[in-house]
Design a protein around this ligand. Structure first.
Ligand code: CA
Length: 233
């Protein structure tokens, strides 16, 4: 899990070129119990993000006339996955979409109320502490989300990328029934439901890799709805 244990250790990087705005945001964050650090240019923000491992970045869209989206794209390309809240006076739907596509996680239009900023920050941090773990474990199953490798007990599983994605999804929903429709939508990104046995074929392959003869089966079928991963917890 993220090193989010106590609130006062959570560092938020504020990349904002207007000093008054930066100070106001930082003061708000501090009053909420976070640590805030300010960078005034995209270059300084990039450097601080690489160095400080902030739990969250708040990035102004225009920094001294320079669009900050390429900086966010650079962060993402370098594997820095901290959530980014883009704040901007650019309010069009296109701008919002571009901001999210560049790797921003949320987009807040200026001017905004500080309470609104606080609510967004808290929501993003909550979401990221759920998803930013680099390993997942249920029972004997262990997934390394960075190396994209998986093991059951001592045995390394030799999974194809699609099988890994499927297993990751099942592990994230372990103990819950996941339907074929959920899998097609969330794992394969189908927008419509084709008549296909794609899911069953992949589940079958995954099962053969997960369970050796004599192992308790980890994936069970749920009649007429889908599957459930039970890893003995
Ligand atoms: Ca600005």
């Amino acid at each position: 899990m993220l090193a989010n244990g106590s609130l006062d250790q959570v560092l938020i990087l504020v990349v904002e070129d207007e000093p008054d705005m930066a100070r106001e945001i930082a003061a708000q964050l501090t009053s909420l119990g976070y640590r805030a650090r300010i960078a005034e240019t995209g270059a300084a923000g990039l450097e601080a993000a690489r160095r400080d491992r902030a739990a969250l970045l708040i990035v102004d869209r225009m920094l001294n006339g320079i669009d900050s989206l390429p900086m966010i794209e650079t962060l993402r390309n370098e594997g820095i996955r901290s959530p980014v809240l883009v704040v901007s006076a650019l309010a069009s739907v296109d701008d919002r979409i571009r901001g999210l596509k560049a790797g921003g996680d949320d987009y807040l239009i200026k001017p905004f109320a500080m309470d609104e900023l606080a609510a967004r920050v808290e929501a993003l941090l909550r979401r990221s502490s759920d998803t930013s773990a680099t390993t997942l474990q249920v029972g004997p199953l262990k997934l390394d989300l960075i190396a994209r490798s998986a093991s059951r007990g001592e045995r390394t599983l030799d999974l194809l990328p699609a099988e890994f994605k499927l297993l990751e999804y099942l592990v994230r929903h372990s103990g819950q029934t996941v339907t074929r429709a959920m899998l097609l939508e969330d794992v394969w990104h189908y927008r419509f439901m084709p008549r296909t046995n794609l899911v069953d074929v992949h589940i079958g392959k995954l099962r053969r890799k997960l369970d050796l003869p004599g192992d308790p089966p980890l994936i069970r079928s749920v009649r007429r709805s889908g599957f459930i991963l039970h890893a003995g917890e």
